[in-house]
Design a protein. Sequence first.
Length: 150
Amino acid sequence: MAKQISERVGAFILRKRNSLYELLLFRHPHSKGASIQIPGGGVEAGESIEAALHREICEESGLTNLTIIRKLGESRRCWLDTNVESCRHYFLLELHEDVPDQWEHCVHGDGMDAGLKFSYYWHRPAIGFMLPKSSGQVFLNPKHIPELFS
């Protein structure tokens, strides 16, 4: 049986504040044990990777005025129990509007996370900062995102 491939996106969103870049992260405030995350999700049938990226960011955070700086890369994972391969495309984006330092957003759309409330905040990570359970961790370093660590 051939493997199914689930295309997904992940967004490393930066803003410049006092001449330094900060990274947008979120928590699930009402879910104990949920890890810190970056926005992202699935690509719908017929949707481009970039369109899915902007849709997922809007659904999960409410943000819309973003520019893609560059694609950071991809990570692949095979779920052995379902024989589904996941290919997640990671992008670096910059926000071009003023937003609060922290806010909560209720996810809209029709995905599994619809109706969940996410707590967003800006963070200036040190080298070695970890995103638990994230395949995007491989890109969170000075080689891939020098803007964030300079």
